[in-house]
Design a protein around this ligand. Structure first.
Ligand code: ADE
Length: 250
């Protein structure tokens, strides 16, 4: 997948894109990143990418020309661009795992990071999609772009490696993750659950599924409402409810 990032702060991406999994994904040529500084496309000699708002008011507004020129120079004829042009903004569609999966199917992504207090409304017309990473306002679209990139890239085939391809993305879909343990078996009196030491794969599978259901039910009941539960999941959830009702759950 090729991912182009349009930003006036390309240096912000150096750490996240060149560390750990994303670094390895580039080395394996599973993803290519290109940072485009739209300051280079500013219309004036002084390279101003922002200006005061028409109608008055505080703050500066990102001008349309640098963004349009940068995107058009980079992507060519936009009507033939085989990818998604995405604008990061708090007004966008809320980013979630479902959207990450959809974007992971694309050949190419172009992420436009807004900055300063706002951007000229006409910039919206460039984008196929607007994405928000949550109901809070950041200083720019750079961190949201990194969040989107990270969530999408880990879903690309080969990025996590076969053994790591997360169960949570298929079987445990829509649930919070079950608890994980590693050595030692006991730490400060806290024990690893016996079932995980049993070697009984079927029992372990059931336990993990039930724990994932329990956590989701306790911490994020809204997720359960969205999920279609299998017969087994419904039965396990019923057990959890019963246990809680009986006061056995610690
Ligand atoms: N730009 C500023 N805040 C943002 C947010 N929450 N999501 C996406 N882009 C943003």
């Amino acid at each position: 997948m090729e991912i182009r990032i349009f930003t006036i702060f390309p240096e912000m991406f150096n750490g996240p894109l060149n560390t750990s999994i994303l670094k390895r994904a580039q080395e394996k040529d599973l993803v290519q990143f290109k940072l485009i500084d739209f300051r280079a496309y500013a219309p004036s000699k002084h390279q101003n990418v922002d200006d005061t708002p028409f109608g008055g008011g505080a703050g500066m507004v990102l001008k349309p020309e640098p963004v349009y020129y940068a995107v058009e120079t980079e992507l060519g004829d936009l009507s033939r661009y085989e990818g998604k042009i995405i604008l990061l903004t708090p007004q966008g569609q809320q980013f979630d795992q479902e959207l990450a999966k959809e974007l992971a199917q694309e050949k190419s992504l172009a992420l436009i990071c807004g900055h300063y207090e706002g951007f000229d409304e006409r910039i919206r017309a460039l984008a196929h999609l607007e994405i928000s990473i949550g109901d809070y306002v950041l200083t720019g679209g750079e961190l949201p772009a990194m969040v989107v990139i990270d969530a999408v890239c880990r879903l690309l085939p080969g990025v996590l490696g076969e053994s790591a391809s997360p169960l949570s993305d298929s079987f445990y879909e829509g649930l919070l993750e079950y608890p994980q343990y590693t050595r030692p078996r006991e730490f400060r009196g806290m024990m690893v659950p016996e079932v995980l030491l049993s070697g009984n794969h079927e029992e372990i599978r059931k336990w993990r599924l039930q724990e994932a259901l329990k956590r989701t039910w306790q911490k994020r009941p809204d997720l359960l409402q969205k999920k279609e539960l299998s017969a087994e999941e419904q039965r396990l959830l019923e057990e959890i409810r019963q246990e809680e009702h009986d006061g056995k759950d610690g």
